[in-house]
Design a protein. Structure first.
Length: 395
């Protein structure tokens, strides 16, 4: 048996993007459970988790940490629950990556290598590699020889994709890091006055990072191996990247599941251009022009004459008649965390891809009236827009 764990961390990611790693787990043979581990309020996730569980016909559970324990510490925190199914293998996925998730292929490779863990790896440009974990592997055995997280000087253009498979021995490795930290803290306490003024740079014993604390020290010890993918891979840290990733997934559907695309059967449909996904429960007026790269989620309603291009329309969103939405991302802002989304805006301004996009985020229950164009703006929940908006944040 195999279980999959997706590290969702804090809020702001947006359900459409988490949906892809979760659905990708469906292809794992003998999958018993999918766990999502995060440290934010369960309430927002509860409905989503039960609906995806029904859709995939696999038990999916959200496990909430009382506070962040780090990417490996979070996994360790729930070790007893995860081991209940007595899995031989555990997949671990970051929630904010976009790729083809070659999970069954990774499992086969991992069994051949016979180590404790196998990391999905991709080659990126030398300039962008420093934003990720850079690594060196043996070209013949695929053993991980060297690993550095976001190094200042160039190490390698092969990077960690944030998708892993481990044997349950990973728990022993994480426990080792915690124990070592506790021992060091005790040593300091008896040998100095430091106990009075704890060093803020020293991490708590149960805060364990997968990359720095586990992958780096275990490289070159015949325990970790890599599986390199030649498919697409992107990290999603901004709303703009969600749009790019949505179009990558739509393009992938063309090969893997063309029946999901509005024009997938090769028969041209009026008003639809390029890759377009429309959830069966969404209602799109026949006079609307949709595409390319549009994904329309459950129960959305698209009015007469609307034009949508390069956008994600979330559940229950209504786009009224005649609205032009080019390069629009409609995303539900999660309650109580608008600040994190502003964080994304400032990052957008510096990132090329996002700056060019002119992404718009409409909060929950925002109404855009007829003929109103919204461009490169963020609108917080429950507003009604009756005049055009460009480059603004409406509080
Ligand atoms: N539940 C939980 N608790 N999840 C966490 C926590 C935590 O305390 N801390 C981080 N995560 C989750 C994040 O939501 C994300 O899915 C994943 O763990 C990794 O997040 P970070 O540790 O912030 O690392 P990063 O995203 O900057 O970089 C990692 O991923 C890159 C690929 O996208 C590194 O592993 C890089 O080496 C890698 O290239």
């Amino acid at each position: 048996r195999v279980v999959a764990v997706i590290m969702v961390g804090g809020p702001t990611k947006g359900q459409p993007m988490v949906h892809h790693p979760i659905s990708a787990c469906k292809r794992i043979p003998n999958l018993a459970q999918i766990y999502l581990i995060g440290f934010y309020e369960e309430r927002e996730f509860a409905l989503y988790v039960s609906s995806i569980s029904n859709e995939l016909k696999i038990p999916v559970r959200y496990l909430k940490e009382d506070r962040p324990h780090g990417s490996a510490g979070g996994l360790y925190h729930f070790r007893d629950l995860i081991m209940e199914d007595d899995p031989s293998h555990i997949f671990l996925l970051n929630c904010d990556v976009c790729c083809s998730f070659p999970l069954p292929e990774m499992l086969d490779a991992h069994k051949r290598y016979g180590g404790m863990g196998t990391i999905l790896v991709v080659k990126v440009s030398a300039e962008s590699a420093s934003e990720f974990g850079e690594l060196v592997a043996d070209p013949t055995t695929n053993e991980l020889l060297h690993y550095t997280e976001k190094p200042e000087t160039f190490v390698s253009d092969r990077i960690n994709c944030g998708v892993y498979i481990f044997t349950p021995d990973i728990f022993t490795a994480i426990e080792g890091v915690s124990t070592q930290r506790k021992d060091r803290a005790n040593l300091r306490r008896v040998s100095s006055f430091e106990a009075m003024q704890p060093d803020p740079r020293i991490l708590p014993a149960n805060y364990v990072r997968l990359d720095q604390d586990i992958l780096s020290p275990l490289a070159g010890k015949k325990q970790l191996y890599i599986y390199e993918t030649n498919d697409f891979w992107e990290q999603i840290k901004t709303p703009g990247m969600s749009i790019k990733c949505s179009s990558l997934y739509l393009a992938q559907f063309r090969h893997t599941s063309p029946h999901l695309l509005a024009n997938g059967d090769g028969i041209k449909k009026a008003g639809i251009t390029g890759d377009v996904y429309i959830h069966p429960s969404a209602k799109v007026h026949p006079s609307a022009k949709i595409g390319p790269s549009v994904s329309i989620s459950a129960n959305a309603r698209i009015g007469a004459g609307a034009r949508l291009k390069n956008c994600i329309i979330l559940d229950d969103v209504e786009i009224k008649a005649g609205v032009q939405k080019m390069l629009l991302l409609v995303m539900q802002l999660l309650d109580g965390n608008p600040l994190l989304d502003y964080g994304h805006v400032s990052r957008q301004a510096s990132g090329d891809y996002n700056a060019k996009l002119g992404v718009t985020i409409l909060g929950e229950s925002v109404t855009v009236e007829d003929e109103v164009v919204v461009f490169n703006s963020i609108v917080l929940p429950h507003k009604t827009l009756n005049v055009g908006v460009q480059d603004e944040i409406l509080l």
